[in-house]
Design a protein around this ligand. Structure first.
Ligand code: BDR
Ligand code: CA
Length: 310
């Protein structure tokens, strides 16, 4: 089983990804970023997941804001003001660790040199800080899988070409994309291509165990948002990145290219700029996942929600 360190901003689809990780891999830690909602909520939500799963995965709180500029927007209008659908859960019992997420990431990368698959499901602030503190970090990481970007400009933020995780902290994404010689990129557009029909989601929800019931409860506000905005079916960005992390053989189509981040731009700050035609001369740094085995993706989700195998 892969050994995962998950950097995350839970977040409804982060929650599903974290359920998948615990079902299909060994999870060494959750390091938490601000993003979908503020850090106080994302840390609390990570603790809530540890409680639900009854595991002892440590939770490390990271940066409360982007590296340079205040974000234009968060995603509370999708995920709920508390990031978990405003269900009103009681305070979870598991505590966060005292160590900062970026320092924990560096320490664990030394303790488990060459073993860790780092899965980034939120803005890349913690990873950028870690790599600035210690530029040798990438050498100790086995794989880096990033949910982020919109590789042909069909983003999901107010800055239309930008995807949320990159658009929230473009400078952090720039630092990470320059520092890691090769990473796997699961972008928003792949996510949209790999949505599931609503009846498939409803069947999982009805047949699953307490994990499915929990997910259904927190998914309410996001589900309403998707329905209102004609986002067809069940879209789970972070779950797709997690599927690639836990089962690399799921990828059926990928392209390796140089990818950079637009830091300025009147309309394009936060865009992921892919050198599709090799004109800019950069060394390829990203394996862009374009398609996966959709049935297998569904199986990984269903198993993580406790749906009995067919
Ligand atoms: C990404 O943005 C967040 O809202 C989701 O959790 C996901 O990580 C999708 O663009
Ligand atoms: Ca996320």
């Amino acid at each position: 089983r892969p050994l995962l360190l998950i950097d995350t901003d839970p977040g409804v689809d982060d929650a599903l990804a974290i359920l998948m990780a615990h079902a299909h891999a060994d999870v060494i830690a959750l390091s938490v970023a601000a993003g979908n909602v503020g850090l106080d909520h994302t840390v609390r939500n990570a603790r809530k997941l540890v409680e639900l799963l009854d595991v002892d995965t440590p939770v490390f709180a990271g940066c409360p804001s982007p590296l340079v500029r205040a974000p234009d927007e968060d995603a509370a209008f999708v995920h709920g003001a508390d990031g978990f659908g405003d269900v009103g859960f009681p305070e979870p019992a598991p505590r966060a660790q005292a160590e900062h997420a970026a320092l924990a990431l560096l320490r664990i990368s030394r303790e488990r040199q060459g073993e860790i698959t780092l899965v980034a499901l939120g803005p890349l602030t913690n990873l950028a800080l870690a790599v600035r503190l210690d530029p040798t970090l990438p050498q100790r990481i086995k794989r880096l899988v990033i949910m982020g970007g919109a590789v042909t400009g069909h983003g999901n933020t107010g800055k239309i070409p930008a995807e949320f995780n990159i658009g929230f902290d473009p400078e952090a994404a720039h630092v990470v994309f320059e520092a890691f010689p090769m990473f796997e990129l699961v972008d928003w557009e792949a996510t949209v291509r790999h949505a599931f029909p609503d009846d498939v989601y409803q069947a999982w929800s009805a047949q699953g165990d307490e994990r499915a019931r929990f997910f259904h409860a927190i998914f309410g506000t996001a589900r309403e948002f998707n329905a209102k905005h004609e986002r067809a079916g069940f879209i789970a960005a972070d779950a797709l990145a997690m599927a690639v992390a836990v089962d690399p053989s799921i990828v059926t189509r990928a392209e390796t290219r140089h990818v950079a981040i637009e830091l300025d731009g009147r309309l394009t700050r936060g865009a992921t700029v892919v050198d599709w035609h090799g004109r800019l001369g950069g060394t390829p740094n990203a394996r862009i996942v374009l398609d996966v085995d959709h049935a297998r993706f569904g199986e990984l989700i269903a198993a993580a929600l406790g749906v009995p195998a067919a």
